[in-house]
Design a protein. Structure first.
Length: 172
């Protein structure tokens, strides 16, 4: 069993980290095959770049398994980490009315994907190695909610007398 992490990085990509992070969030925690399918049908422009990056990480795992003769099952790989960090910003100037200049920034991001092999039972390789026996954890019962006290609808003392006074005038 392998507890290795297979990574791929794409640096200085011309997309804002916020937009890239939305696509990275889609694939985080998924199997590598499912993540490739998700990216193939995502309509964001950065999804193409992330798809290439994920394929590169899978090929890195394949290469290292052959090179170091590791026993890596490519079908059991999952996306352990997928992040879009902020890169340098290009500062630009746009002409504005009356001879002024407005500054704006073109953002870049550094994309990183890390894959790991999932062992039988949904555990990762390092979690399976750390625990000798499967541990059974009892599920906690949710805390009981306190009953809400019912509010008694009471009118202010002045309001009762006004309504009674109004009805007496109407009776006359």
């Amino acid at each position: 069993m392998s507890d290795m992490e297979f990574r791929a990085e794409a640096r200085f990509m011309r997309v804002s980290p916020q937009k890239a992070g939305l696509v990275m969030q889609l694939i985080r925690g998924q199997r590598a095959e499912d993540a490739l399918n998700t990216l193939a049908f995502t309509k964001k422009r950065v999804a193409i770049t992330v798809h290439k990056l994920l394929r590169s990480a899978i090929e890195n795992a394949n290469h290292l398994s052959q090179e170091k003769s590791l026993d890596v099952d490519l079908d059991q790989l999952y996306v352990k980490r997928a992040v879009a960090n902020e890169g340098p910003r290009l500062k630009r100037i746009r002409p504005a009315p009356m001879g002024r200049a407005f500054r704006y920034q073109r953002r870049m991001s550094h994309l990183e994907i890390a894959l790991e092999e999932r062992v039988r039972g949904g555990k990762t390789a390092e979690a399976a190695a750390a625990s000798g026996e499967p541990k059974v954890v009892a599920a906690r019962k949710p805390a009981a909610k306190k009953p809400v006290a019912k509010k008694v609808a009471s009118k202010p003392a002045g309001a009762q007398s006004k309504s009674a006074a109004g009805s007496k005038k109407a009776a006359k």
